[in-house]
Design a protein around this ligand. Structure first.
Ligand SMILES: Nc1ncnc2c1ncn2[C@@H]1O[C@H](COP(=O)(O)OP(=O)(O)OP(=O)(O)O)[C@@H](O)[C@H]1O
Ligand SMILES: [Mg+2]
Length: 122
C-alpha cells in the first residue's frame, strides 16, 4: 500500500475528485493548507507598505491505495493539476505499512476496495 500526498491548487481538486470517483477511487481526505514552494513569496503593496506573503493556500490531498493503483492516482492528479504556471504543486508517494477498517476490524489491502453496491457517503 502507498499513500499519495498531493499539494494542489484549489481549482484542481474538483476535476481530480470527479475522475478518481469515476475510476473507482472514492476514498480520500483533503485539508486546506498553506505552503511555500521555490518562488518564495509574492510581494504586494498595501496602504503604501510592501508586504511579502510567503504562504499560498493549497489543498492537501491524501489517498491510500494498493501499489498497483498508485500510477493511476498520480496520473489523474498530474493531468488535472497542471496549468503550466509556477505553483501547480507536488505529489509524494509514501509507503503505508498497514490499514484497518474501524467498523469491522478487517486489515490489509482489501479494505481499500470500493464498498460493494452502495454509493455510500463516507
Ligand atoms: N518539498 C516540499 N515539501 C512539502 N510541501 C511542498 C514541497 N514542495 C512543495 N510543497 C507544497 O506544494 C505547494 C506548491 O509548490 P510549488 O508548485 O510552488 O512547488 P515548486 O517546487 O516551487 O514548483 P513550481 O516551480 O512549479 O512552482 C507549496 O505551497 C507547498 O504547500
Ligand atoms: Mg513554486
Amino acid at each position: 500500500m502507498k499513500m499519495v500526498v498531493a499539494y494542489i491548487r484549489h481549482e484542481a481538486f474538483e476535476p481530480i475528485r470527479t475522475e478518481l470517483l469515476e475510476l473507482g477511487f472514492p476514498s480520500l481526505t483533503i485539508t486546506e493548507v498553506k505552503g511555500s514552494g521555490r518562488q518564495k513569496g509574492i510581494t504586494e503593496r498595501y496602504r503604501g507598505a510592501e508586504l511579502t506573503n510567503y504562504l499560498r493556500p493549497k489543498i492537501k490531498l491524501e489517498c491510500v491505495v494498493a501499489d498497483a493503483d498508485v500510477q493511476t492516482i498520480v496520473d489523474t492528479i498530474l493531468k488535472h493539476g497542471r496549468t503550466g504556471a509556477v505553483g501547480d504543486g507536488k505529489v509524494f508517494v509514501l509507503a503505508v505499512d498497514e490499514a484497518y477498517r474501524v467498523r469491522t476490524g478487517e486489515a490489509g489491502e482489501e479494505i481499500l476496495q470500493t464498498h460493494p453496491g452502495a454509493a455510500s457517503a463516507a
